[in-house]
Design a protein around this ligand. Structure first.
Ligand code: DGL
Length: 285
């Protein structure tokens, strides 16, 4: 008996899912689009439940599982990029356990690259409270003991202010949190490297820069995550590397208008306007 292939996209043609609590993961999506221009992406912003950074681990894990299930069932994704440090810290182990055959890429604060480039050996790390209080982050920090001095600052409220595009609040919080980190600069004893440990923060680089001065290096994880995604897809024979241009489709659990506005402001390339997926993603905690 011969097996007749049924219609529908092949493994390589299927989209890659990308998700975050809100608009922050668009910074990772920009890097993914540059690295993988032929791929199709479905970006899910869990805006009805954002921000994640001051929720419980159980809540963030539950949301991550529900969003992943939605992306698999409604969009048949071939891989998932968790474009959220907070969701990665709280839920990546559970996602891997529940979906062993799905290529999964997470993000974490780039402490190792920061150690490699810092000349003063003083590094500030800004991220959400859930990320910084996670066991995953604790293990990463411990693995670099003695190699640099880290000022670790949880930035309560900052991702929320970015979601709302509240410029006054963003400026006030940047001043408060970077002031708490210590003195920035390139002289001995000063912090010369700032790790952006939340995918929302690349979008407020100007506000951060006003507090650190021009000489401090900022590190985010967009490009390495995109390269890792390419490697995993290639290893699993799921890479779509030729032919026509790829695409971006936006989906969210909240108001599509605000995700469209964020896409228009921050995405480097055209995208399909956002639709709301609330019926498929219940708002349980
Ligand atoms: N952008 C996310 C992160 O990288 C989440 C921020 C939040 O929802 O609090 O951690």
């Amino acid at each position: 008996m011969s097996i007749v292939p049924i219609g529908g996209p092949t493994n390589a043609d299927r989209p890659i899912g990308v998700f975050d609590s809100g608009v922050g993961g668009l910074s990772v999506l920009n890097a993914l689009r540059s690295e993988l221009p032929c791929e199709h992406f479905v970006y899910f912003a869990d805006t009805d439940h954002a921000p994640y950074g001051e929720r419980s681990d159980a809540y963030v894990t539950q949301r991550s599982l529900e969003v992943t299930r939605y992306l698999l069932e409604a969009h048949r994704i071939k891989a998932l990029v968790v474009a959220c440090n907070t969701a990665t810290a709280a839920a990546i182990h559970r996602l891997r356990a529940d979906h062993p055959s799905l290529p999964l890429i997470g993000v974490e604060p780039a402490l190792k690259p920061a150690v490699a480039i810092s000349r003063t050996g003083r590094i500030a790390v800004i991220a959400t409270r859930v990320t910084l209080e996670s066991r995953k982050f604790e293990a990463l920090h411990a693995s670099l003991a003695g190699q640099a001095h880290f000022s670790i600052v949880p930035c309560d409220g900052l991702a929320g202010a970015i979601e709302r595009s509240d410029a006054a609040q963003i400026a006030a919080l940047c001043e408060r949190y970077l002031g708490a980190a210590g003195r920035f600069g390139t002289e001995p004893g000063q912090i010369d490297t700032l790790v952006l440990g939340c995918t929302h923060y690349p979008f407020i680089a100007d506000a951060l820069r006003r507090c650190t001065g021009d000489t401090v290096r900022f590190i985010d994880t967009g490009a390495p995550v995109a390269q890792q995604t390419r490697r995993l897809l290639a290893a699993g024979h799921r890479l779509n590397d030729e032919g026509s241009d790829g695409s971006v489709t936006l989906v969210c659990s909240g108001a599509p208008e605000s995700l469209d506005a964020a896409g228009a402001r921050w995405l480097d390339r055209p995208f399909r306007c956002a639709t709301r997926a609330s019926a498929l993603v219940p708002t349980s905690a």
